[in-house]
Design a protein around this ligand. Structure first.
Ligand code: SF4
Ligand code: SF4
Length: 434
């Protein structure tokens, strides 16, 4: 007799009962092995190996599901080299939800093969000890900022080998961090919309001035902006790392904090966070207290470029006179399918010449914690991205995700380039002459 799984599908005959955390059969058996996704996959393009392709990874997931293989070290290494960029999902004509498949697989791997003690401690410290606690993140950011301005940092950067390289990867910490505030930021005239802005975890620390620019650009376009104090990290990094339980707790906290504000939209300047928050309904589908709230909340989530594109945009007055190229953040292009709006908005800035780079939607290798956990592949992909950026002759590369911005800053520095990395709202604010 077939058994109902936690996902509500009937398990195929002869298969072991579905694991509570694993991918559902409906998702897993959707793939028809056509291979049309292969040319979109960054790790396949770099290695040429089927095991490092979406189709190969799905075959491994199926083999585990059918009991033909366990989560051996080799199997896990192929699964972990995946960037979770979801380029395969966007390319797949059969609608295979690869992001969801990999999130569930990672949760299962985390439980069944959690890795060395050191790795478990480090990941737990990040997932449970740091990301859910904004105060600790600000404190750590403050310490790293002090370190970065000290002679010790200068010395450490000159060390040979991995330690010296690590210093180079440390992103520059700005003078100001962004902090959510009570009250509202009002537009100059009458407000035409009331929106909330997600602050997030690393964005307000690494890109505080960009967050401030987002508030001012929204206000300039007639929005009253609130930044609820109860909000926190969206949980995307936990989810991608297999910590679903903590990701669910973080989702509930944000849903409560934002629904309470009564705003029309929750605007996000970080693509990874926007994608995760739009998918809260799946994350909380088995939670009777939050399933409906998650649907209501996710319908309000919108990337800042999507939102601005719906407004009669206040015309930027200042001519910028610059050549700009645009890097599609994976979770904006592939997960949220937002590609046109940021480009259209850039074209609206007087003096900006938008030049497309080769493979603009190919991952830059940042992918959240991937740049720390898979440094070799991450660097390879960034080297490819740096070449594509430099070939355009652009002075500025724009992207809508903090991880991509940090990765491109480090990668372009390593390539000896002074190309500036910016967010769309940075350029818009400058064009408004703020
Ligand atoms: S998510 Fe990205 S890296 Fe992973 S299999 Fe799909 S295209 Fe390849
Ligand atoms: S994931 Fe989609 S595109 Fe890729 S092999 Fe399977 S069905 Fe084909």
């Amino acid at each position: 007799m077939a058994a109902w799984s936690v996902h509500g599908e009937v398990g195929a005959q002869g298969l072991a009962p579905l694991h509570a955390l694993g991918p559902s059969d409906a998702d897993l058996y959707k793939c028809v092995h056509c291979g049309l996704c292969l040319s979109a996959c960054p790790t396949y393009l770099e290695t040429g190996l089927e095991t490092e392709s979406p189709r190969g990874r799905i075959a491994l997931m199926k083999a585990v599901r059918e009991g033909k293989v366990g989560y051996t070290g080799r199997v896990v290494s192929h699964l972990e080299l995946c960037l979770q960029c979801r380029a395969c999902e966007a390319a797949c004509p059969s609608g295979v939800p690869f992001g969801r498949l990999m999130e569930h697989t990672r949760a299962q791997v985390k439980e069944q093969r959690p890795g060395s003690l050191l790795r478990r401690i480090a990941l737990r410290a990040v997932f449970r000890g740091l990301l859910p606690h904004q105060g600790r993140l600000y404190a750590l950011g403050g310490l790293l900022r002090l370190y970065q301005r000290s002679p010790l940092y200068w010395l450490m950067r000159r060390l040979p080998g991995r330690l010296g390289r690590l210093q180079e990867q440390l992103p520059p910490f700005p003078k100001r961090f962004f902090r959510p505030q009570a009250g509202a930021f009002n537009p100059p005239g009458e407000a035409r919309a009331r929106v909330a802005l997600l602050s997030g975890c690393v964005m307000p620390i690494l890109h505080g001035p960009t967050m401030e620019a987002a508030v001012r650009v929204l206000a300039r376009n007639g929005c009253q902006v609130v930044t609820p104090l109860g909000q926190g990290c969206c949980g995307a990094l936990n989810l991608h790392g297999g910590d679903r339980e903590q990701a669910q707790a973080m989702a509930r906290r944000n849903i409560d904090a934002f629904l309470e504000t009564g705003v029309e939209a929750v605007v996000v300047v970080s693509a990874g966070c926007g994608a995760a928050m739009k998918e809260y309904p799946h994350l909380l589908q088995d939670d009777p207290a939050y399933a409906e709230k998650a649907r209501r909340f996710s319908a309000m989530v919108v990337d800042v470029s999507e939102f601005l594109a719906t407004l009669p945009l206040a015309e930027p007055s200042r001519s910028m006179d610059m050549r700009v190229t645009y890097q599609d953040a994976c979770h904006l292009a592939h997960a949220q399918r937002v590609t046109r709006q940021p480009r259209d908005l850039l074209r609206r800035i007087p003096g900006v010449t938008l030049v497309e780079m080769e493979d603009a939607s190919l991952c830059c290798g940042a992918a959240g914690l991937y740049m720390a956990l898979q440094p070799v592949m991450s660097r390879q992909l960034m080297a490819r991205k740096a070449k594509a950026i430099l070939k355009t002759g652009a002075e500025v590369v724009v992207s809508g995700n903090p991880g991509c911005m940090v990765q491109m800053q480090a990668g372009l520095r390593a390539a000896g380039s002074a190309v500036r990395v910016a967010h769309l709202v940075d350029l818009l604010e400058e064009a408004y002459g703020e």
